[in-house]
Ligand binder design. Sequence first.
Ligand code: FAD
Length: 189
Amino acid sequence: MSLIRLAYASEATFAAKPLEKGVEPHVARILLVSRRNNGKVGLVGGLYYGDNRFFQYLEGEEEAVRDTYQRILQDPRHRNVRTLIEEPVAERSFTNWSMKYVPASADVQAFLQKHHLPEFDPMAFDSTQCEEMIDLIRRSSQDQKLVNYDEPVRIATPTPQTLSPGLKAGLVVAAVGLVVALAVSATLL
Ligand code: FAD
């Protein structure tokens, strides 16, 4: 069993929609599936989406990382996927995060300014910038709770069945009939 880490950059193929609960809706769907799948195979990591580009970092068992990356590479929601890092690691550094999401934040703006980058273009990151971005994702606090998709998946509980209007009317008629029958039988006794 060997652990590896992998980082890549890519370009989204979808047109960004207005944020819902702090996240672009396409990205929200990617996060939901990623958290479900990654949790099952013990993958940890983080995702950043900005200027219609992705930066993702993954850590885990080599086979799990490679299988997941193969699926990611074939996903039509992004293109021009460029592997930035792919190497063994001694231990995990993203404990408990199956896929941490970092919303566009002051930290990322400061990172771009520090490196004089006019926009978020991870394909052009050098190795120092890559490591800084990974560290930024690792340190990023999700206390702001901008993203509700971190909450555990709720299992739908059955809701009480309501009676259809037809069934309600039938029950009323039956009840009235029963009362009438009881009244008639009482007068006959
Ligand atoms: P489902 O989610 O049921 O999807 C079935 C198929 O439909 C897949 O081929 C999928 O690619 C495709 N599909 C689903 N929704 C759409 C859509 N809206 N538009 C086009 N095709 C769609 N997956 C992970 O498991 N872990 C990750 O960390 C991860 N990171 C990702 C990061 C990025 C930037 C992107 C774009 C995708 C990422 N994915 C990740 C998703 C991955 O590419 C696969 O879609 C996913 O793993 C398939 O999961 P599933 O087998 O449960 O199938």
